[in-house]
Design a protein around this ligand. Structure first.
Ligand code: KG4
Ligand code: ZN
Length: 333
């Protein structure tokens, strides 16, 4: 992380949910600093608590960044996300841009996830990407950085939320996805689960029916270790299948698009990842996934989008506020 004479760097801040992340990149997109302050929860994210923790998180990092880099612009996630969490990051970014007299750049969190493979894998446009995290589940078609179409998104819970809620039904800890993956290793997916939206037109997702089905079945089950493992394997397979069925439809319908990517915490699940490998083989498509550290919430993805806007002088004004609205049809960086 040596600073070149006269070179200006971009500082990126991401605080949309319960992680506070900072990154510094040079003008070529090389990341010279990156850190994430994870919050520990045992029962899910409490928005008020998350924003209070954010207010404490970044100061040692900012001190370090201030001493090592000549910051020329600041990019910050302005939404969607939790209002209070976003507000902390945005306010810090505004204050810093004001005191350093550098431009402020607003970045959309969803667009940043969607565009990540473009900056750090060999994927080519047009591509389809499935974003499946604790807060979002959507399929998007990327024609270009400034041409992103949302094909469909969840009409109720996100896939990660479905993992977290069903894990709790199994008596597993939060976050539920990694716990279910761990438990599933010694189980077999012997419980048949419905495949939501299987024959539904369009590309939307739904997980509430699946979750309710599991809840009703579990009420009547005695959960010894093996049964719990079998349920974990069945849930993992069921949620993976729900994601797969809609993605397969998109790949079949948009048959000129042969690149696929996955992002979000759920995409780090190895069984689900291999289901998508098989899908790509079936559809003659190629799968390009960023490394897990940039698939989940991080500031590097904000830096790359911020850089794109910095080069085009697309700046935000000081009156910008958190925007918690999730886009339904298209999303802009
Ligand atoms: O992208 P992420 O780290 O944060 C946001 O939600 O923005 O995603 C977290 C979600 C949680 O719901 C968690 O249970 C799920 O992703 N997750 C997983 C796995 N790792 C994290 N779900 C399934 N399998 C995993 N290995
Ligand atoms: Zn995210």
């Amino acid at each position: 992380m040596t600073q070149q004479q006269n070179e200006k760097y971009l500082l990126a801040i991401e605080s949309s949910c319960d992680d506070f992340a900072l990154a510094v990149s040079d003008r070529s997109g090389r990341i010279l600093f990156s850190n994430i302050h994870h919050q520990k929860h045992s029962h899910g994210v409490f928005p008020e608590h998350a924003s209070r923790m954010h207010a404490l998180a970044p100061w040692n990092d900012l001190d370090y960044i201030h001493r090592h880099f000549d910051i020329g612009a600041i990019a910050v996630t302005t939404g969607p996300g939790l209002y209070g969490s976003l507000a902390v990051g945005i306010t810090i970014a505004k204050a810093l841009t004001y005191s350093l007299n550098v431009p402020l750049i607003s970045v959309n969190h969803i667009a940043a996830h969607i565009l990540t493979p473009l900056w750090c894998t060999n994927i080519r446009t047009p591509y389809i990407i499935l974003v499946a995290s604790g807060g979002h589940t959507l399929l998007a078609l990327v024609n270009a950085v400034d041409n992103i179409q949302i094909l469909g998104s969840t009409t109720d819970d996100a896939a990660g939320e479905a993992f977290d809620k069903t894990a709790r039904m199994l008596g597993l800890q939060y976050p539920g996805g990694p716990e279910i993956e761990r438990a599933a290793k010694s189980g077999t997916p012997r419980f048949a689960l419905p495949i939501p939206m299987r024959n539904h037109p369009g590309y939307d997702f739904s997980f509430s029916g699946l979750k309710e089905h599991i809840r009703k079945k579990l009420v009547t089950q005695e959960l010894d270790t093996q049964t719990r493992a079998d349920w974990a394997a069945s849930i993992q397979h069921g949620i993976g299948n729900a994601l797969l069925v809609r993605t397969r439809k998109a790949l079949k319908d948009l048959n000129t698009v042969r690149y696929l990517s996955l992002a979000g915490g759920v995409a780090s699940n190895r069984t689900i990842r291999s289901m998508f490998d098989e899908l790509c083989a079936e559809c003659n498509a190629s799968l390009h996934c960023p490394s897990p550290s940039v698939c989940t919430d991080n500031a590097e993805m904000i830096a790359w989008c911020g850089l794109w806007k910095w080069k085009r002088e697309q700046y935000a004004h000081y009156d910008i506020l958190p925007n918690v609205t999730k886009a339904r049809h298209s999303v802009a960086v």
